[in-house]
Design a protein around this ligand. Sequence first.
Ligand SMILES: CCCCCCCCC/C=C/C(=O)SCCNC(=O)CCNC(=O)[C@H](O)C(C)(C)COP(=O)(O)OP(=O)(O)OC[C@H]1O[C@@H](n2cnc3c(N)ncnc32)[C@H](O)[C@@H]1OP(=O)(O)O
Length: 300
Amino acid sequence: MALTVGLRPLTRALLRPWARVPGAALGRPAAGSGDGVRCFGSPRVLVEPDPAAGVAVMKMRNPPVNSLSLEFLTELLISLEKLENDKTFRGIIITSDCPGIFSAGLDLLEMYGRDPAHCAEYWKAVQELWLRVYLSNLVVIGAINGISPAGGCLLSLSCDYRVLANNPKYAIGLNETLLGIIAPFWFKDVLVNTIGHRAAERALQLGFLFPPSDALQVGIVDQVVPEDQVQSTARSVMAQWLAIPDHARQLTKNLVRKPTADRLLQQRDADIQNFVRFISRDSIQKSLHVYLEKLKQKKG
Ligand SMILES: CCCCCCCCC/C=C/C(=O)SCCNC(=O)CCNC(=O)[C@H](O)C(C)(C)COP(=O)(O)OP(=O)(O)OC[C@H]1O[C@@H](n2cnc3c(N)ncnc32)[C@H](O)[C@@H]1OP(=O)(O)O
């Protein structure tokens, strides 16, 4: 899939040969690679390759909460494209480098007080990340080591398999209604595909954030394990998925997922326009303002 996001100077800058991350510049070998294989990535995305296993661990590190800003989305897209184009890799594990937080979802500051052109560019990048992860030829496993609301949940749902750390704080779900906004149809589709229609209609309307035990029960994650076993479990699961011949698995994945992705692909521009119209409404901007204030007050 070609990278189609219209992210002008930012993308061009990021497409320069991969910036070595500070740890790697100091010669820090990738975890699990005794042969000194180096980490690489970009400022917000640390990639730890394990070429022998054909696996790369992609760590999100956009502190404090891994909110999916335009820059962060761009870096994630570039990392994914790079890994997809490198025949060394057959699978990736997506996880977080921010303690206790997988991803706080879409960056509210990209949607609040912004002009329509910015909102359109942002939404295009959100669509693009979803399509790329959801339709990836690689096996994508989510090692969910923190809370994962809204866009963070969408990212998790787009993986082929989800392992969640067993910590009651690590809730996961599409909580958009709690913010006074709505989950777009393609967020909804992915949730319905995962947990079924009835469970999804309740979860979406009530903005449920499922703690691990409930998340497992409803099927929004596939496995819940002690926090210190999330990465090793993701690795074991990956080995199981990689035991299947790539072409058969990829064609099957496409067969199952393409109809859902096509619903967006057939109306991407209209979806962007709907988003911009919706998010620009005074009432929605007001809801976002109230929610952001609540987040601030929680601190003080
Ligand atoms: C028709 C078409 C229809 C289309 C209709 C539109 C569709 C939109 C779909 C939207 C999808 C989404 O993902 S919307 C995003 C949903 N996300 C959320 O609700 C999560 C909100 N955040 C939280 O609950 C918490 O921050 C949480 C993640 C648990 C971490 O709590 P902590 O106590 O550790 O940290 P906090 O102090 O709260 O946060 C640290 C700082 O990060 C900021 N922050 C937190 N989450 C943020 C976020 N998502 N975006 C930006 N900034 C965020 C806080 O304001 C703080 O900023 P400072 O005070 O400056 O330090």
